[in-house]
Design a protein around this ligand. Structure first.
Ligand SMILES: Nc1nc2c(ncn2[C@@H]2O[C@H](COP(=O)(O)OP(=O)(O)OP(=O)(O)O)[C@@H](O)[C@H]2O)c(=O)[nH]1
Ligand SMILES: [Mg+2]
Length: 454
């Protein structure tokens, strides 16, 4: 199952992400009620299916970490949002904030849902224009406020319940006694392809959330591969374009994105108190993760600049081996324990090249410092956030009572719920980033030890 139609095309990779970077993609599932969004969500996140229908009343969010080949193995984190089919446009718009992609789900057995797919895509277009982050700089250093940025959000069309189409076709063939007759694809499948082309979807895929046939998984993988390809191409374009002035501006832009955004308040005191308490550990996790990523990147770039390695995509082991190869007669490279991480030190009497000293200095002052900060702060910050998040979740469950006492309207409560959902997604994302940073530090430690063994 999951055949036919066109998946998003993935060209061959033109660049490679730093090995320690885990790209995070936010993807929303949208579409008419009862088409199977929650079922697709459940299949992808837990590989399960539920026959009963429970309309989704508030958004479901899950983080899934997967491996994708682009063409090397890349680990990506997908934050999937399952939105209610019946939702007020203001709330929907808030869920669209900072999305990387959207999936419009339709029920192949429901012709109307296929016909309405275009209006769901338009909904993304209209509402991402208002919410898309416009802080990113274009290569000329100007702020990119162009509507094209929002238009760029890839939207995939997912024809769900394909099992029912196949069942119907099988029954029809049995009834008519047809044997091995080559027929056109079912009308619904042709309609899906037509709608996808007409409205500029990035592709259309046939899936069944009911069957455990991997069709949902394959559709998601192809979308994620497509997103990765875009990210790689954007990185490459950024690297290529740019004079010194635009680079300065870019640096400033990246410093700006580092500046920590606090959680949004919801307007209910006891919940806001908890959210305020979340800000310091959230900031710590975000800053530690970002500093680690930058230091590794800086070390890699220094290795290229000082001639330790030639490829900008060299791994950490390649960099360390490159340094060791340039040590000169009579010298050796040693890893010395330093607060849970390792300093790299040259031992011996031989002369040491300036380039080697410079490279090791970047390692010892940047990579070591940021790695130690991750080890020191991330576990505690993450535990603190987990505890606070549990409290926020409990408060969110009782929000109608709290809000009633505070004299809030139903609309205000719904908005508060949406804000809590967004805040909790930020918390989940920071915790995933923190856990990933700890893994990176651990694997860097192992890699350094391994590189120095040879
Ligand atoms: N046969 C079949 N049934 C499906 C499939 N996917 C979902 N269903 C059924 O369709 C019904 C609706 O599925 P949901 O996933 O709850 O639909 P939804 O789009 O999330 O609905 P809302 O939350 O109201 O927007 C449920 O009874 C599911 O069991 C599928 O691939 N095949
Ligand atoms: Mg649902």
């Amino acid at each position: 199952m999951g055949g036919g139609c066109s998946a998003p095309s993935v060209s061959s990779s033109t660049g490679v992400l730093p090995e320690d970077e885990v790209p995070v993609f936010k993807v929303v599932l949208i579409g008419d009620p009862e088409v199977g969004k929650s079922s697709v969500f459940l299949r992808y996140t837990k590989n399960q299916f539920d026959y009963s229908y429970q309309p989704t009343t508030s958004v479901n969010i899950a983080n899934v970490v997967r491996k994708v080949n682009v063409p090397d193995h890349v680990v990506v984190s997908v934050t999937l949002w399952d939105l209610p089919g019946r939702e007020d446009v203001d709330l929907r718009r808030s869920y669209y904030k900072d999305i990387d992609a959207a999936i419009v789900v339709v029920d192949l057995m429901d012709k109307q849902s296929i016909e309405l797919a275009g209006s769901w895509k338009q909904d993304i277009l209209n509402n991402t224009l208002l919410t898309q982050d416009v802080s990113e700089s274009s290569s000329d250093g100007k702020e990119n406020t162009s509507p094209n940025k929002a238009r760029n959000v890839p939207v995939l069309l997912l024809g769900n319940k394909y099992d029912q189409i196949l069942k119907r076709e099988r029954e029809k063939a049995d009834h008519e006694g047809e044997v091995d007759v080559v027929k056109d694809s079912p009308a619904e499948v042709q309609e899906l392809e037509r709608v996808a082309e007409l409205h500029g979807f990035v592709g259309s895929v046939l899936v069944s959330a009911k069957e455990s046939d991997n069709s949902v998984h394959r559709a998601m993988q192809s979308l994620v591969r497509h997103l990765l390809e875009r990210k790689l191409q954007q990185k490459l374009a950024k690297k290529k374009g740019g004079n010194k002035q635009s680079q300065r501006k870019k640096r400033k832009a990246s410093q700006d994105t580092d500046s920590f955004a606090t959680l949004e308040e919801v307007g209910l005191e006891e919940i806001d108190d908890l959210l305020h308490q979340c800000n310091p550990p959230l900031k710590k996790l975000t800053q530690c993760s970002s500093a680690l990523e930058k230091s590794l990147d800086q070390f890699r770039r220094t290795c290229v600049q000082t001639g330790m390695v030639t490829a900008a995509t060299a791994s950490l082991e390649d960099c360390i081996c490159g340094v060791r190869d340039k040590l000169g007669e009579g010298n050796s490279l040693e890893a010395v324990d330093d607060g849970g991480f390792l300093q790299l030190v040259v031992r011996g009497e031989g002369e040491v090249l300036e380039e080697v000293t410079e490279t090791l200095q970047v390692f010892n002052t940047q990579v070591v410092v940021s790695s130690k900060a991750v080890l020191q702060h991330c576990p505690a910050a993450s535990t603190m956030l987990t505890d606070l998040d549990t409290k926020v979740s409990a408060k969110a469950d009782a929000i109608w009572d709290t809000a009633k006492q505070a004299g809030k309207t139903a609309r205000e409560v719904k908005q508060a719920q949406a804000t809590i959902t967004r805040n909790r997604a930020c918390i989940a994302q920071a915790r995933t980033g923190g856990a990933q940073s700890l893994k990176t530090v651990d694997s860097s430690y192992q890699k350094i030890k391994a590189a120095l063994l040879w």
